[in-house]
Design a binder for this molecule. Structure first.
Ligand code: HPA
Length: 270
């Protein structure tokens, strides 16, 4: 595993001839930030040795190296979801590779279902903490001490300084943001009303099918993490309506410019 990670990181480094310290993982339908990046190189996932092969037709995904303002970034346009059939090692492989390619801070975005009854569809949420409700842990198995500790601390997962900066940026641009807890679940079904209720009782504000595995892996390897989410549908009793993936993408696209602005300004300010 370690050899594969190092070989893939070397491939990327040789190709881009740089070691960007900022990594970005953009959620499905949340690729707007890419338009803000001055792209220097773009590598389709299927050209990267040992990267998982995408299961979604026409959405192969790509790794982008470029500049956001003065900051060099390595951005994943499209991520690997557990529900697609990837193992947790595959889902988190790109984060391992990013670490060896020089990334020190990781910015992640996603779409989520809202559980907090005070919040609304279209709201932007700065993630303060998470609950790992995936059936398989990304660090399950023998620990490679070179990658990180056997029992990693998770008391401060989402960097407080970055969160405070993001709140300030939102305020300056008149964007209302919430702060809350994300619960990561395997999907691919959206929740039943009973499941939404259970996740709310667990203490979560939003629910989604990604992010937690990548974030755990990033923290295991010592990266700083910032996470941001768009509420695309409601899981609040009395507000739940039928939803589809297309509707989730539509709502995400509408709220995306605000989220993109926060991420762009935040990254440029590092
Ligand atoms: N549940 C799980 N994942 C999601 C949802 C949801 O309601 N909305 C967007 N991703």
């Amino acid at each position: 595993m370690l050899e594969k990670i190092k070989a893939t990181a070397s491939y990327i480094e040789d190709r881009i001839k740089a070691r960007p310290e900022t990594g970005i993982i953009l959620g499905t339908g949340l690729g707007g930030l890419v338009k803000e990046i001055e792209i220097i190189d773009s590598i389709p996932y299927n050209e990267i040795p040992d990267f998982p092969v995408s299961t979604v037709d026409g959405h192969a995904g790509r790794l982008i190296y470029g500049k956001l303002g003065n900051i060099e970034v390595l951005a994943m346009q499209g991520r690997f979801h557990y529900y697609e059939g990837y193992s947790m090692k595959e889902v988190t492989f790109p984060v391992r590779v990013m670490k060896y390619a020089g990334v020190k801070q990781l910015f992640v975005s996603n779409a989520s279902g809202g559980l907090n009854p005070e919040w609304h569809v279209g709201d932007i949420v700065i993630i303060t903490d998470h609950i790992n409700f995936f059936p398989e842990h990304p660090l399950h198995g023998k620990n490679e001490n070179e990658l990180g500790p056997r029992f990693p601390d998770m008391s401060k997962v989402y960097d407080e300084r970055l969160r405070n900066k993001a709140k300030l940026i939102a305020l300056e641009h008149n964007i209302h943001v919430k702060e809350g807890i994300y619960i990561g679940v395997q999907g691919p079904t959206f929740e039943t009303p009973a499941e939404y209720k259970m996740f709310r009782i667990f203490g979560a504000d939003i629910v989604g099918m990604s992010t937690v595995p990548e974030v755990i892996t990033a923290r295991h390897s010592g990266m700083k993490v910032f996470g941001i989410s768009i509420i695309t549908d409601s899981g609040v009793p009395g507000e739940i309506v039928e939803i589809s993936h297309e509707e989730v993408q539509e709502v995400a696209m509408k709220a995306e410019p605000k989220m993109t602005l926060i991420l762009k300004k935040l990254i440029e300010s590092i």
